[in-house]
Design a protein around this ligand. Structure first.
Ligand code: ZN
Length: 295
């Protein structure tokens, strides 16, 4: 009797110690397969590594067919704590769209990276989830332009015009507008992001949206002359969305600012909290910091 009890306890301990590390990691899913940014297979691998480097996530990558609506694209969203989109392409099948919205509204996490906000200009709920988007036929019917005034006030501008543009690529300063949010807490109030496209004139429903950081889109770089949202969140049902318009190229994604905000944004989208620290090589206001990517 005693032997059986001890053996049983030992078995329990053995099972716990084997299963514990895997159980601690949160499943995450990166979606790719179509994107006008031809670097996408590499940037998906970069983001997978960045997320796995935190020790918090195990990351799957799912790829759609290369062209058109992929009838077989139907990932099991509910298995995942956070979904990251590196996808800018054809509409998903309707059943997949419904399932994705159900996952999000039920409390799922979603991270929108760069051209993922170009997707699905006419999918109403997707645009509510991402807050703002560009291209894809977006215009004043999509919702207001959102930017910050010189006085630091949020402007919702309903004037007519296309949604989405950018000037020439360059390093630019990201200004933190809410230093008390878990994603930005402890971050320098201004930091220099490595060479990237600075998306401007994004527009969308912008409901339940909270801007964490902006960047000035300078007319000297053919920009809009506005302080554009660069890091923001959207609450969508019970779901949490983190949106970064940064990340155009592999070199843009080597920026430690991009890496850290992706990691922290994904953790926040998954859990509502952030435990990942600001690393010691985080960029400063006048110095870009890059980590050369190695697989
Ligand atoms: Zn781009």
């Amino acid at each position: 009797m005693r032997f059986r009890l001890v053996a049983g306890m030992l078995l329990c301990v053995a099972i716990l110690s084997v299963s514990a590390p895997a159980a601690e990691k949160m499943p995450a899913l990166i979606i790719e397969g179509q994107n006008n940014h031809k670097v996408w297979p590499k940037t998906s691998l970069m983001m997978k590594k960045y997320l796995e480097d935190t020790g918090l996530f195990s990351v799957d990558i799912i790829r759609t067919a290369p062209n058109g609506t992929d009838p077989n694209f139907h990932p099991p969203f509910s298995k995942y704590r956070v979904v990251i989109s590196n996808y800018n392409g054809a509409a998903w099948p309707e059943a997949t769209q419904r399932d994705f919205i159900k996952y999000l509204k039920g409390g799922g996490g979603f991270v929108v990276v760069h051209a993922a906000n170009n997707s699905f200009g006419d999918w109403k709920e997707y645009n509510e989830a991402i807050g703002l988007g560009g291209w894809g036929g977006r215009n004043e019917k999509s919702g207001p332009y959102v930017y910050f005034s010189e006085q630091g006030k949020v402007v919702r501008d309903t004037s007519a015009g296309r949604g989405g543009s950018h000037g020439s690529q360059h390093p630019f300063v990201v200004i933190v507008r809410d230093a008390n949010h878990p994603i930005t807490r402890g971050m320098p109030s201004a930091w220099l992001h490595g060479k990237d496209e600075l998306y401007d004139r994004l527009r969308g429903p912008a409901e339940n949206m909270h801007v964490l950081a902006t960047a000035y889109s300078s007319p000297n770089q053919r920009g809009a002359g506005r302080h554009e949202p660069m890091l923001f969140t959207v609450s969508f049902g019970k779901g949490r969305v983190f949106h970064t318009p940064m990340g155009h190229a592999d070199y843009s994604q080597e920026c430690v600012g991009f890496i850290t905000t992706l990691q922290r944004g994904a953790e926040w989208a998954a859990t509502g909290k952030v435990t990942i620290k600001i690393p010691s090589d985080f960029p400063t206001a006048d110095k870009v910091s890059r980590r050369a990517f190695k697989e």
